[in-house]
Design a binder for this molecule. Structure first.
Ligand SMILES: [Zn+2]
Length: 220
C-alpha cells in the first residue's frame, strides 16, 4: 500500500512538473512586451508631423512640464467630418475664453481624415485631454467621418505609426496604449469602446508594427 501511495505521489509530481513546464513555455512564447533593456533594438522613424503649436495660454497650452510619460491615450474628436486643423484651431481659440475648467481642452496630436498628423503641444508639456492622466500621458485626438467614430483607413494607419513610434521613444509596453474610456469611462473613442475587438485589433496592429521594426544586425 505504501509503495502504491509513493508511486502515485511520484507520478503526481512528474505530471505537475510537466504542466509547469508547459505553462512557462506558453508564457514565454506569448510575451509580447519588450523588456526595458531591449528598446534599443527597435528603430522606428518619426512619422511626418505638421507642427502647429498652440499659443501658450491657461486653457489649452498651460506650459506645465511632463516629467515622465507612462502612457499614450487615444481619443476621437466627437465632431464628425471636421479635420485636424479645424480641431487644432478650436483648441487655439480657447486662449480667448475665460479661465474655467470647461475651457481647458487640448491634445498633443490630432490626426486628420487624410492621415495628416498635426502636433499642437510639444511632448514635454502637458495637454488637457485625459483628466487625471494629463500629467503622465501623451494624447492623440483622431478625426472621423461619421457619428459612430470609426477612423478612416488613413487616420488609422497614421495612428498606428505614431503610437508605435511613441512607444519605442518612451520605452512603453502594449499595456500603456489606452483609451480615454480606460481612464474615466467616457465613451471615447466611441467606435473603439463600442467594439472591443476593433480596439484589440488596433493595439495588435500597433504592436505588430513595433515588433516588425527590430534593427537588423547586418548594418555597417
Ligand atoms: Zn477623449
Amino acid at each position: 500500500m505504501a509503495i502504491l501511495i509513493s508511486a502515485s505521489f511520484t507520478a503526481f509530481l512528474i505530471i505537475l512538473s510537466i504542466v509547469a513546464d508547459i505553462i512557462t513555455d506558453i508564457n514565454s512564447r506569448h510575451t509580447d512586451n519588450i523588456t526595458e533593456r531591449d528598446y534599443s533594438l527597435y528603430d522606428i522613424e518619426s512619422p511626418s508631423i505638421k507642427e502647429m503649436f498652440l499659443t501658450k495660454n491657461v486653457n489649452s497650452r498651460p506650459g506645465i512640464a511632463i516629467n515622465t510619460v507612462n502612457g499614450i491615450v487615444v481619443h476621437y474628436t466627437a465632431n464628425p467630418g471636421t479635420d485636424a486643423e479645424a480641431n487644432r484651431n478650436y483648441f487655439e481659440n480657447r486662449k480667448d475664453e475665460p479661465d474655467t475648467n470647461a475651457n481647458k481642452v487640448s491634445s498633443h496630436y490630432i490626426i486628420g481624415l487624410d492621415g495628416t498628423i498635426v502636433q499642437c503641444i510639444p511632448l514635454n508639456e502637458m495637454a488637457y485631454a485625459s483628466n487625471y492622466r494629463n500629467s503622465d500621458t501623451i494624447s492623440i485626438e483622431c478625426c472621423h467621418p461619421g457619428k459612430k467614430g470609426k477612423f478612416t483607413k488613413d487616420t488609422y494607419n497614421s495612428l498606428v505609426y505614431l503610437v508605435a513610434w511613441l512607444c519605442v521613444k518612451y520605452g512603453l509596453n502594449k499595456d500603456a496604449i489606452i483609451r480615454h474610456y480606460d481612464i474615466t469611462g467616457k465613451m471615447c473613442p466611441r467606435y473603439y469602446v463600442k467594439n472591443a475587438q476593433a480596439w484589440d485589433k488596433l493595439k495588435n496592429d500597433i504592436w505588430g508594427y513595433v515588433l516588425s521594426h527590430k534593427k537588423t544586425d547586418n548594418k555597417d
